[in-house]
Design a protein around this ligand. Sequence first.
Ligand code: F0G
Length: 458
Amino acid sequence: MNLPFTEPFKIKMVENIYRSTREQREKWIEAASNNLFNLKSEQVFIDLLTDSGTGAMSDKQWSAMMLGDESYAGASSYYKLNDAIKDITGFEYFLPTHQGRAAENVLFSVLVKEGDIVPGNAHFDTTKGHIEFRKAKAIDCTIDSASDSTSWYSFKGNVDIKKLEEVLKNNPSDKISCIIITITNNSSGGQPVSMANIRETRNLADKYGVKLFLDSARFAENAFFIKTREEGYASKDIREIAREMFSYADGMTMSSKKDAIVNMGGFIGFRDEELFREASTYNIMYEGFITYGGMSGRDMNALAQGLYEGTEYIYLESRINQVAYLGTKMKEFGIPVLEPFGGHAIFIDAKKFLPDIPKEEFPAQMLAIEFYIEGGVRGVEIGGLMADRDPITHENRYPDIEMVRLAIPRRVYTNNHMDYVAVAVKNVFEKRTQIKRGLRIIREAPIMRHFTVQLEKL
Ligand code: F0G
């Protein structure tokens, strides 16, 4: 008999969580204006809002923190991080930032001008926010199969090369700030991008004379999928695959809060010295001096260690298997889940789950609220609320699929927790025909409304 998969770690410290009652949760979510971001964390039993910054650091990371060098300039922690980033990504230059969106802010301050276009596979919401804030246009060249939640395709995060070429052909190259490939593709379900697709995108970038950047928050999970699904990569090491992915790009932005398993941090990697120098000015203005840029020395030490731990095959195998474990349980219960399962989360198809609720009433948000009330499980809406309004027409832009994302923090929950989550979702599924109405917006911000929106049940 094959030995089963296990976590390649044991637990040294625990954090107690509070199991509330249904009545408490009903009151709390109403007081939170039906926005899960407004809940206090102690009102949540299992928190699957995000896998960002919520991972558990290792004993080696904690011990590295004690050796942090807090010098303003030239700290040893900066050089340690510099070595790790060069080793893992191959980029010659880097700037530290306090998180991923800060990396976007600094990089786009150089690259993105009013009237520009930024095509990609599917931009994450903060990326889109930073582009639209600069009065430029973010264009998603997502492959069509990404919007079919059941079609099996190994690399559903891919860029649609034809759609991308149309954009590049029909616009002058000086209007294209850069192409961005998000690995893995969070917005379309944590789906990976193949090496072949990254290579093809590089070829197009060269043909039309534009830059290519990777939004690399989950690059290690992407490398794991390449190793396990793409021909020719089975015997390659995760770090070797990661370096090849980066070799096709002019640079990268990184939210270290995901695959580098730290609670806070980010960076930008550059191949071109001139671009690095231009961005350095913005880094100093927005983030801090270029040898700490928004991170403390101890955080840079933890990140340098985390980059190595996050790219260990044995860790990635247990991580991705845990996500698949949850997905498989739900599938067995008949719940409409996005397949193949993503790297960091399970996505539930809300339109199939709650077919009676029209898109104008935000079915995915309604479903996320039901999961919370049932079991204290907090997920996040990836649907009409998050897709927001068109920046020009101000019309709501409803995405093709309405999803609830249950993102799994790294090294935090056990498979018993996953069993609990699956049953909470199943219980809601059994009552689904009783849920007939959704929600109405009472108040919304001009951009990125989902974080602060206030809603009322209809
Ligand atoms: N890019 C991607 C693909 C992301 O998923 C995120 C964050 C960012 C950039 C921004 O990074 O949070 O460090 O500023 N995603 C989180 C999530 C918030 O829940 O998926 P950040």
